[in-house]
Design a protein around this ligand. Structure first.
Ligand SMILES: [Zn+2]
Length: 263
């Protein structure tokens, strides 16, 4: 396997990784070690649903002060039991401190049968983020313009967060930035036919954070394999190439952005 040689030191933050997924059950400690060696200093764990919550909280306990759980109901998990699931999110947010409300949003790619419920769950969870003064981490698929509209409705100057796995055009990037939000950029940046490099050409790094979305969406050269947090260096490297700066500069700026969002 081809490996880039990095002879500099970077501190990176993986702002979106599902490291509690069953894909890591066998080798979680080794995987974490590789990520720490690569310079990843913090890992933000987005919530999906009640079923996967225990594994997420267990991982956070196993790696205190470097793994940070979020709380929220993923749009793809908005089903018939949405009421109960949301009640659980609200109670959890009231009970302890989470790093963010996420991942929340709209996903019209997989299934539109719960579209109405997806909207109300999204609205509701944004309200809780404002109430508990937490950032939101947004998932949007085949729904970027609708998602931006919902966020705009709630933006009272206090709402902040990330459009995770941003993979749209420059127009949407600018709308998101105008809302005071950050673009979460992951492995799709490295894909051969990606339109992201062009979309981000005029977008300042002060609006960008990095993420892997592990175990999904591995960057080149790992496509088809399991993604993991250490691979974030390939995303930083690609970003450096696009911006014509060093990977160290990319890591410095994006890491400081992430700390600002989650502080
Ligand atoms: Zn995710």
């Amino acid at each position: 396997m081809h490996r880039l040689q990095f002879n500099f030191h970077m501190e990176l933050i993986d702002t979106h990784c599902h490291l509690y997924a069953p894909e890591f059950a066998e080798d979680i400690d080794k995987m974490m070690q590789r990520a720490l060696t690569a310079g990843v200093i913090r890992f933000y764990l987005p919530a999906i649903d009640m079923e996967s919550e225990k594994d997420m909280l267990d991982l956070e306990k196993r790696y205190p002060d470097i793994c940070f759980a979020m709380q929220g109901l993923h749009p793809c998990s908005v089903k018939n039991d949405v009421k109960e699931a949301l009640r659980h999110v609200e109670e959890s947010l009231a009970r302890r401190k989470f790093s963010a409300v996420g991942e929340i949003g709209l996903d019209f790619y997989w299934d539109r049968s719960f579209e109405k419920e997806q909207y109300s769950a999204f609205h509701q969870q944004i309200e809780w983020a404002l109430k508990f003064d937490l950032p939101i981490v947004i998932h949007s698929r085949d729904s970027i313009d609708q998602t931006i509209s919902v966020v705009r409705e709630h933006q009272n100057g206090n709402l902040r967060g990330i459009f995770h796995c941003f993979n749209e055009g420059e127009k949407q990037a600018n709308e998101i930035i105008a809302l005071g939000f950050y673009l979460g950029i992951g492995g799709t940046l490295t894909y051969k036919n990606s339109k992201l490099p062009a979309a981000l050409k005029n977008i300042g790094l002060e609006n960008i954070v990095l993420e892997t979305d592990a175990p999904y969406l591995p960057p080149v050269p790992f496509r088809g394999k399991r993604n993991e947090s250490s691979f974030i260096i390939y995303i930083a490297e690609k970003m450096a190439e696009i911006k014509g700066i060093s990977p160290e500069e990319v890591s410095m700026i994006t890491t400081s952005n992430a700390l600002k969002i989650f502080s």
